[in-house]
Ligand binder design. Structure first.
Ligand SMILES: Cc1cc2nc3c(=O)[nH]c(=O)nc-3n(C[C@H](O)[C@H](O)[C@H](O)COP(=O)(O)OP(=O)(O)OC[C@H]3O[C@@H](n4cnc5c(N)ncnc54)[C@H](O)[C@@H]3O)c2cc1C
Ligand code: FES
Length: 301
């Protein structure tokens, strides 16, 4: 049976108008519908989620790197990065891997079910500040879920940036996400490098770790990264640690590197203390941090 959310009409609420500045507004749950579901791999699916109320849909804005809490009543609630372009407002996409209670339930649903959406929460990748510079976007594994929104934001404003390079790596070719989009992305005068750690017999691309591609890129840049490059790195901490060390060696300042630090989260708004690294709330002060801040957060990585 389809779960039904208690519905609160938020459209006329002044709180909704202030959303973005006022943390109090984050208490609200938007009623939303899963309008489409696409399998991406055996473990991940792409969910298109639309806020039901057209006014709320229009007012809902977010920035690349922010996340929402998705709730299925009676099943659970969890944070997911918004993977679609910020120009899409309240018609968002989420790329979700099945790992537990909620995500296994979602792996079985089809379009048409109603869910609750809270947010958007957290800090964002400052793609606006990167205008005029070269942008390097690097993802490992499911990290592409958080990276796709800044990728789309940069591509939609392609003329504002210098060189745009995307490096994406997974363990196996079967784990690659968004394969159907690579050709489209390449049409925007970018370099897209895809690398897998364990190639199967049909794989014709490069094999190895992301750092192998990055090493070659740094060598080709011949010192120019220090002056021109901003980087966004999404993936497991072990991966962004190595990637960021290489970028530091190439002269890229830590303040121009951004990572997403994902911790277990419950409330998403600084109330439950589940997501803390020391005294820092990763739901409020993060999940996006510049690498300088991460290096100064004890036990962050
Ligand atoms: C800011 C943020 C953004 C996220 N974005 C995405 C996304 O775009 N796509 C996506 O698939 N997932 C994302 N996640 C992770 C997602 O929230 C968890 O996988 C989710 O809690 C799983 O819910 P569940 O009920 O299915 O699993 P549970 O039953 O709660 O847990 C299943 C297993 O996953 C582990 N687990 C749960 N949460 C995390 C976590 N945050 N880190 C590591 N292990 C965890 C548990 O320890 C357990 O072993 C994000 C997490 C954060 C904090
Ligand atoms: S998730 Fe509750 S304080 Fe951050």
């Amino acid at each position: 049976m389809e779960p039904v959310l208690p519905f609160v009409d938020l459209a006329a609420s002044p709180e909704v108008q202030r959303r973005g500045e006022d943390l109090g507004a984050f208490e609200f749950t938007y009623r939303a519908e899963i309008t489409n579901v696409y399998p991406l791999t055996a473990q991940e699916r792409l969910y298109q989620v639309q806020l039901v109320d057209p006014k709320q849909r229009q007012q809902f804005t977010f920035r690349p790197g922010q996340f929402v809490m998705l709730e299925v009543p009676g099943i659970g609630e969890a944070p997911f990065s918004i993977t679609s372009s910020p120009s899409r407002h309240g018609d968002i996409e989420l790329c979700i891997r099945r790992v537990g209670n909620l995500t296994n339930f979602l792996a079985r649903v089809e379009r048409g079910i109603h869910v609750g959406i809270r947010g958007p929460f957290g800090t964002h990748f400052p793609v606006g500040r990167m205008a005029g510079a070269d942008v390097l976007l690097i993802a490992g594994g499911l990290g592409i879920a958080a990276l796709r929104s800044p990728i789309l934001a940069v591509l939609e404003n392609r003329s504002r940036y210098g060189g745009v390079d995307i490096i994406y790596g997974t363990k196996r070719p079967s784990g690659l996400l968004f394969t159907y989009q690579y050709d489209t992305w390449r049409q925007f005068d970018i370099e897209l490098d895809i690398i897998v750690e364990q190639p199967d017999p049909g794989w014709t691309g490069p094999a190895g770790l992301i750092t192998k591609v990055l090493e070659a890129k740094i060598a080709r840049a011949n010192g120019s990264m220090a002056r021109r490059t901003w980087a966004i790195v999404c993936g497991p901490p072990v991966m962004f640690k190595f990637v960021c060390s290489m970028l530091i060696s190439a002269g890229v300042p830590m303040e121009r590197m951004f990572v997403s630090l994902e911790r277990r989260m419950h409330c998403g708004r600084g109330k439950c203390c589940r997501c803390n690294v020391g005294s820092t709330y990763t739901c409020l002060n993060g999940p996006v941090f510049d690498y300088w801040t991460v290096m100064n957060l004890k036990e962050a990585i």
